[in-house]
Structure formats: structure tokens, C-alpha cells
Design a binder for this molecule. Sequence first.
Ligand SMILES: [Zn+2]
Length: 106
Amino acid sequence: MSKRHLSQKNLSEIGTERIKRLLDLSEEAVRAGKDDRARRYVGIARAIGMKTRVRMPKDRPFCKGCLLPMMPGINCTVRLSDHRVISTCGKCGAIKRMPYLKEQRK
Ligand SMILES: [Zn+2]
């Protein structure tokens, strides 16, 4: 192996940082109306996630259909029903459902 060796911990830290940065850029791109660019950033973020074995952050949802970051009020609608948060992508219509049990136990 000619690659510089990094421990899994370091790799995860770098991956997490880069994913966050790319998702920031992606959201900026959506606000600027540049969806293609936004998709590319999300795509790169996912690739880094796979390479560094870092999960995509749950609080930064993106559409699995068209890879755009889901931003309520901008490109997706959010509804609550049956103990789930239902986000619908305004671009491709893909639906994402997330339970919100944690919030309910309060
Ligand atoms: Zn979509």
C-alpha cells in the first residue's frame, strides 16, 4: 500500500467534516437555484461517506430519488401523520418517512 495510513478514527473525522461542508454547499446551491450543482455535492458527500465509512447525518436529509437536500419551505413539504414525519420532495415526488418516537416520549 502506497497510501498514507490513517486510522479509522482519523478517517471518520475527516469524512464527517467533508460531508458537513459538502452538504452546506449543497444547501447553498439549492438556495441559489442551482439544483445540478446541489446534486453533485450530495453525490460527492455520499461517495466520501462510503469511502470513509461515515453515515450521512440524519439531521441533514436528502432525497433518495433525485439527491437534492430536502429543505422544508424550499423544495419539500413536511407533514406529520401516524407518528411519522413525512417529507415529500418537491422535485421528484419521492417520499421519506421518519418516526419521531424520541420527541414523543418527552
Ligand atoms: Zn427528489
